[in-house]
Design a protein. Structure first.
Lengths: 574, 366
């Protein structure tokens, strides 16, 4: 028997030969982007500057960050803010999802795309729009309601914890909605039907089967909303800080904005937030894995059962319409309206006569706006390109090369999802302030920050499309006489393109609206649109801010339009 | 045309010692023959095919295609898949969804070593599409074809390069029963017409029996029996082969006497049976006597004394249209038999089964 069985560590079928170099370089880049800043943050949080450029190791920062009573009120605020937003966002999202997916509410079909529309509104603008509506001094809704019912004091005050919870949770609703729609859609109707055949009535079926099946998903959705709220900084910055309601993220921001900036305490706070977020993400991944047990998708095509609401369906319709008008449409309208005003005023005949394009004319000659717009567009496109090139390479190594240790790359590319935006900013400050190459204060440090933060999104898009390609499609090319390169060029790449384009555009959008990382890193010439909005709003130029907001939304809408055109055209149904 | 010598393929299974998916197999496929690897899933048949295609690198042995060494563990030869003179049809067909039917077929001509002119490509693709009767579909997107058409398209793509060897990996398993039957016939006709050496992998015994010149039955990474379809069906050499090909009745027993001429008497729980016997078995060996359901004769009256007649009663009778499927309860064993549709029996009726000695075979019990 001539079988000198040569021991081989893995099977490489279609991988190219200098294949080892690429994974190593990929791992190096990922470590540099995702791990090094965290390391610097960790080290920095234990350091104190005793003399210029002279550091000692100390626990003083942690003492300053966590041992004061003041910190506990911040923690309590964060907790209330995050659980309130998660709860409210979840309830609204689930209601919308259930009404549109599982009931016979009239016209429910058109509400599905409408429910997702708020995703286009950057968090900063969401907060600004609700301040326009609910500010106790000049908020439109307050003014109207006070006049209408002759109230003594305005009914709403956005500058409060409940106000923050409301503003942030309506921004979270689309996410909760999408996740719950997926859960409702994947539910096998025969599970409910067999409960009915066993003698359970509609309510019993809903309570004992439908609800129980949704439990794991609901838990993980709540968790992800909680973590995202904890990490967010838009509402805490625009509403929380003026209202003197401080949460975890604003605490980090303020430590940095003190004079002199207290990097040590900021770092110590950031480490804590990072750990919280990491635990949340860990629990979430565990929960979704657990949830597989409850997975109700069988690959068989089915239509979920529809509940007949009877007369109640008009109540459902009313809820959907009300939600759409007050929560989705009103913020857009108020921004649009305000952008034509010379100063903030409620809609009235007087105000209509004052409407003009002055704000837009002003912006036309306003240098900082054009600089910020240019930075934002440049960063969005560069981030999307770099992230997609990097992640498609990494995803290919992870899922196709079958190299030993490829999972390490997968893990490294997942790490950034645990890094809250403001923590990323803090870590990069610590890393690049003393960096030999002077990139701090330029848009390049923002590029690094964005790419790192959005690598996980890129991974999802790239790995999704790579996994979709049946390996026999590539093998067939090989068996037809195509070399590795020909296979890649003529088969793999064309099949990947739609998924990669979708990922590119998604990253473009999230980069364009990014705020919580930029707020620490974007200064002077590297200012981006969201930061310009923030500073100008703080300075009180509210109607100009509204005009910038309208232009920003227009830009985002055109990106989305291009996205639909692309995915519609080159989307391949398989 | 294809020569396989002592092929070994090991899959690394975590840190454990590898699993031998293919364990030292050797066979030859002569030019123009239709050779089938038949076996249950996980028996190593597809792995063998993929080693020949060059999609997997074997760990030991040698592979020659068209007289040329394409793999050898001894001197490290490994010709990549795209340099081997093969055409292959995949189980999923692997039709590229981003190309038209024409472009799918033209692909092997466009990427090959020798560059062809557009006119030549046009001509060759047309011929290939004609062969599989898809001439009218050239400009369609490949995904618009039906299952059977996609299957033919995959075949055209595999043939357009005029390969020396055609490899087929369960090409019919994704089709519905009616279509599968027709494609079986068409595939065989095409192979005969082109006289192309074909290696076919399947788990379906009907496909293997109806299409092949030679069948190799595989189990757990080794070839258990190799031969023409008739031999495989009528003279299985092991219990596994008898069981895998068609349904089989088994009665365990012990050889009491060798009669010479390849026959013997076997003592079973339900009496003495006279049957054929495999070489090498001796008196006293533990054996199983195998007999096919359609070989058994069923009598409702006791036949005049003949050998191999056992009395029993009907356990169940199912009318299946083409035939009646009966189970007969003997003393210890239960036999399954297929009888003409005219047979009218009911549960509990006394019957006599006659086992023709020439169609019973004693095989080693293990």
């Amino acid at each position: 028997m001539a079988t000198a069985a040569i021991p081989r560590t893995g099977k490489m079928t279609l991988s190219l030969d200098p294949a080892l170099l690429i994974p190593v370089v990929g791992a190096g880049i990922l470590v540099y982007l995702a791990v090094l800043p965290l390391l610097m943050l960790f080290v920095g949080s234990f350091q104190a500057e005793v003399a210029p450029r002279e550091f000692v190791y100390t626990l003083k920062n942690y003492h300053a960050a966590y041992a004061s009573e003041y910190t506990y009120s911040t923690f309590l605020n964060s907790l209330i803010f995050a659980s309130g937003s998660a709860g409210l966002g979840f309830i609204l999202g689930t209601m919308l999802a259930w009404l549109t997916e599982r009931t016979n509410t009239p016209l429910r079909g058109i509400f599905v795309p409408l429910a997702v529309v708020p995703l286009i509104l950057p968090g900063v603008l969401e907060s600004i729009a609700w301040i326009f509506l609910l500010s106790p001094k000049f908020g439109y809704l307050n003014v109207w309601l006070t006049n209408l019912f002759g109230l003594k004091s305005p009914p709403f005050n956005v500058f409060s914890l409940p106000g923050m919870i409301w503003v942030h949770s309506v921004g979270q609703v689309p996410l909760a909605f999408l996740l719950m729609v997926a859960a409702f859609k994947s539910m096998d109707p025969s599970l409910e039907e067999s409960a009915m055949m066993s003698g359970a009535n509609t309510w019993q079926t809903f309570r004992r089967v439908t609800l129980r099946l949704l439990m794991p998903t609901a838990g993980s959705v709540l968790l992800i909303l909680f973590v995202r709220t904890l990490e967010s900084f838009e509402t805490p910055a625009l509403i929380g800080i003026p209202a003197r309601i401080y949460v975890y993220t604003s605490e980090i921001y303020l430590a940095f904005n003190e004079y002199p900036p207290d990097y040590g305490r900021g770092g110590a706070l950031a480490v804590g937030l990072l750990l919280l977020s990491a635990v949340g993400v860990w629990l979430y991944t565990r929960a979704t894995k657990e949830g597989k047990k409850f997975q109700t998708v069988t690959g068989k095509a089915f239509r979920p059962r529809q509940f007949d609401l009877g007369g109640w369906r008009w109540v459902g319709f009313g809820f959907l319409t009300g939600y759409f008008i007050f929560v989705v449409l009103l913020p857009f309208l108020v921004l649009f309206w305000a952008s034509f005003l010379p100063f903030f005023a409620a809609p009235s005949w007087d105000a209509v006569q004052k409407l003009s394009l002055d704000n837009y004319r002003y912006l036309n000659g306003f240098r900082p706006f054009w600089d910020a717009l240019q930075n934002s567009i440049l960063l969005a496109t560069l981030t999307a390109t770099v992230a997609m090139v990097l992640t498609s390479l990494v995803a290919w190594i992870v899922y196709k090369s079958r190299l030993p240790g490829a999972w390490i790359l997968d893990f490294l590319a997942f790490v950034p999802i645990t890094i809250p935006g403001i923590v990323m900013g803090m870590a990069l400050i610590l890393l690049y302030v003393a960096f030999p190459i002077p990139i701090y204060g330029t848009i390049w440090v923002l590029l690094i920050a964005y790419v790192t933060r959005f690598i996980p999104y890129g991974m999802r898009a790239a790995s999704g499309s790579i996994l979709q390609i049946h390996s026999e499609l590539e093998e067939a090319a090989s068996a037809s006489g195509a070399s590795w390169w020909e296979t890649f060029k003529r088969v793999t790449l064309p099949l990947l393109r739609p998924g990669l384009v979708a990922g590119w555009i998604y990253i473009c959008i999230v980069s364009f609206r990014e705020f919580s990382t930029s707020v620490l890193l974007a200064t002077g010439e590297s200012r981006v649109l969201s930061i310009l909005l923030f500073t100008m709003f703080e300075q009180g130029q509210v109607t100009v801010v509204a005009a910038i907001g309208v232009l920003m939304i227009a830009t985002l809408l055109s990106i989305v339009a291009v996205f639909y055109k692309f995915t519609g055209k080159i989307g391949i149904q398989t | 045309m294809i020569e396989i010598k002592s092929l070994v393929k090991i899959y690394q299974d975590g840190d454990n010692a590898g699993v031998k998916a293919v364990n030292d197999i050797s066979f030859n496929v002569e030019e123009g023959r239709f050779y089938t690897l038949l076996g249950p899933s996980g028996c190593g048949k597809t792995t063998t095919l993929r080693c020949i295609a060059g999609l997997e690198k074997a760990n030991g042995g040698e592979i020659l295609v068209a007289g040329k060494k394409v793999f050898s563990a001894l001197d490290g030869t490994f010709v990549p898949a795209y340099r081997r003179p093969i055409g292959m049809v995949f189980q999923s067909y692997a039709i590229w969804p981003h190309m038209t039917v024409f472009e799918n077929v033209a692909f092997p001509l466009r990427v090959g070593k020798q560059r062809l002119s557009n006119a030549e490509i046009q001509k060759k693709v047309s011929t290939a599409l004609e062969q599989v009767e898809l001439s009218d579909y050239g400009e369609r997107m490949a995904t618009q074809l039906s299952g059977g058409q996609q299957q033919r398209l995959a075949l055209a793509r595999a043939l357009v390069r005029e390969p020396q060897v055609l490899l087929l990996d369960e090409p019919l398993s994704n089709l519905d029963a009616k279509l599968r039957e027709r494609m079986r016939f068409e595939l065989r006709e095409l192979q005969r017409r082109l006289r192309i050496t074909t290696l076919y992998v399947t788990h379906d015994q009907v496909e293997a029996l109806s299409m092949s010149n030679i069948i190799a039955v595989m189990n757990s990474g080794v070839i258990v029996q190799e031969g023409p379809p008739r031999d495989i069906y009528l003279q299985p050499k092991t219990k596994f082969v008898a069981n895998f090909i068609g349904s089989t009745n088994q009665m365990t027993g012990q050889v009491t006497k060798l009669e010479g001429n390849g026959t013997a008497t076997v003592h079973t729980d339900d009496g003495e049976i006279c049957c054929g016997i495999l070489d090498g078995l001796i008196a006293g060996s533990r054996v199983v006597v195998v007999v096919r359901p359609e070989s058994i004769n069923l009598h409702t009256q006791q036949p005049p004394i003949g050998s191999n007649v056992i009395e029993g009663k009907i356990g169940a009778a199912m009318f299946l249209g083409e035939y009646v499927d009966c189970t007969v309860e003997l003393g210890k064993n239960v036999l399954q038999t297929h009888q003409r549709y005219t047979l009218q029996v009911r549960r509990g009726d006394p019957v006599w089964v006659e086992l023709p000695a020439g169609e019973c075979m004693a095989l080693p019990a293990e």
